[in-house]
Design a protein. Structure first.
Length: 134
């Protein structure tokens, strides 16, 4: 009889140990996926800004070739710079606000500068992501 109780207790202990490790592993996987998705989002934003800067330079060159005044080119540059700044701030705010409250302590950035330093620290992972997709 005592042997059955021992078997039952070992089974219960094993069952709850398995559930505990499963929850721990799935939580760790969730945090990893969240950080990876944030890196992908930041990479997409940076690549978009690279293209937008190219468009800005191309537009300035076109304005100069068409005979625009220096004030018009300066206004164009100011307009695009304001648009880029708005895009940066809005993008980071959207990433931060879409992070669930129970993952806020995992979030490693809250503004553009801290996001770029986080992206810089993870540049090896980002390079691997970009290389894998090609």
């Amino acid at each position: 009889m005592e042997q059955w109780i021992l078997h039952l207790l070992v089974f219960i202990f094993g069952f709850y140990t398995c559930k505990t490790f499963y929850v721990y592993r799935s939580g760790q996987l969730t945090v990893t996926m969240l950080k990876l998705s944030q890196l992908v989002a930041l990479t997409i934003i940076v690549k978009s800004l690279e293209q937008y800067t190219y468009v800005q330079n191309f537009g300035e060159r076109q304005l100069k070739e068409k005979g625009a005044t220096d004030d018009e080119v300066k206004n164009y540059r100011l307009y695009i710079d304001n648009d880029i700044q708005f895009f940066k701030n809005t993008s980071i705010k959207n990433i931060v606000s879409s992070t669930p409250s129970y993952f806020k302590q995992v979030l490693e950035f809250d503004d553009w500068n801290s996001a770029m330093s986080y992206l810089h620290m993870q540049k090896r992972i980002v390079a691997e992501l970009i290389k894998e997709r090609r």
